[in-house]
Design a protein around this ligand. Structure first.
Ligand code: FAD
Length: 298
């Protein structure tokens, strides 16, 4: 055989799996962006701690990715190590009214399971396509709910190694949390649930129906692209500026929900960034409001 396949994945002596050249279309819900040179997937807490200690002690540039549902990787890609929690760290369980989740677990799956097990407190979260770690880091929220309301404690990797602490709800605010990369890496989160008042399942289904009705879920996106400006809604301002359906290359302001920038047709990250800049410029000229991306741009 005179042909060979280049090595694209391998394992180190600690059993941590790596993949090379993972593209933005493989690791983000926007389904676009350049390649990440190396992707590591620690499968348990010990592996995650070893890897994080090694990269921090050796000053190796790294980024912690959840489900990539709030991320835009530029077309140039990223020449650093991406760390994605996997294996045992995507598991969750319910014990005595507590939902105990590995930080790589799906927020949608874990919150749905909590409702089906007879609890409430996370029924608003079942349509958010992120991980538990990403949701804690972003203090994700919807329909009046926020992660911090039910969050009881977190286990994180930080400068002092792995520590567990009670959640400091005061320190968590609109899309911000102290338990976030680069300061901390969430490894586990515990949520305190309440007994279902009899309406949790109905509320969960109603929220899902509202999402299907209002959001362009059939196109790749990162959800609402901009932060909510003080006293206003980004989507409403963009719509009032007449920008629904406005396109740059393959990126478009959704016709269904103006707060969503969507990958309409083979968009590049540059298309999305150019669209973002145009939307910001036009909204500022019309209303004097400076929009800011909620999506993390790497
Ligand atoms: C269709 C759609 C609907 C959405 N609806 C909502 C919504 O209703 N409400 C809402 O709040 N968001 C929404 N989002 C945005 C997104 O799903 C949330 O922000 C989610 O919490 C991001 O989680 P993730 O795992 O994908 O994080 P990523 O996008 O991978 O990362 C986001 C940030 O979190 C950090 N991070 C990830 N994991 C960890 C960890 N273990 N420790 C420390 N930091 C970490 C990353 O470094 C990055 O800075 C939506 C997105 C889509 C595509």
């Amino acid at each position: 055989m005179d042909k060979y396949l280049p090595i694209k994945c391998f394992m180190d002596e600690n059993g941590i799996g790596y993949r090379e050249d993972v593209t933005g279309s493989e690791c983000t819900t926007f389904k676009l962006g350049g390649a990440v040179s190396l992707f590591a997937e620690p499968a348990n807490q010990e592996q995650a701690e070893k890897l994080l200690s090694f990269v921090t002690e050796n000053d190796i540039a790294f980024f912690v990715i959840g489900n990539g549902s709030n991320l835009l990787i530029t077309d140039a890609g990223c020449d650093c190590l991406f760390i994605k929690l996997s294996g045992e760290l995507v598991e969750y369980r319910i014990e005595n009214g507590m939902l105990i989740c590995g930080a790589g677990a799906s927020l949608a799956a874990a919150s749905r399971a909590s409702v089906l097990a007879g609890y409430m407190g996370l029924e608003w979260a079942t349509g958010i396509p992120g991980t538990i770690g990403g949701a804690v880091a972003m203090n994700a929220g919807a329909y009046g709910g926020e992660i911090k309301q039910a969050l009881k404690s977190v286990k994180v990797f930080c400068n002092d190694g792995v520590i567990e602490m009670e959640a400091d709800k005061e320190a968590m605010g609109y899309r911000k949390s102290p338990y976030a990369y680069p300061d901390m890496v969430v490894l586990e989160a515990v949520f305190e649930l309440r007994e279902d008042d009899g309406g949790a399942r109905e509320r969960m289904e109603d929220f899902s129906a509202r999402r299907r009705d209002k959001q362009p879920l059939n196109y790749p996106s990162a959800g609402s692209f901009f932060k909510r400006p003080e006293g206003n809604f980004a989507g409403a301002l963009i719509e009032q500026a007449g920008l629904k359906g406005f396109r740059v290359g393959g990126a478009m302001v959704s016709e269904k929900h103006a707060g969503f920038l969507i990958n309409y047709s083979d968009a590049t990250a540059s298309d999305v960034l150019a669209l973002m800049a145009e939307v910001e410029r036009i909204v500022y000229e019309r209303f004097g409001v400076q929009l800011e991306p909620e999506v993390k741009i790497i």
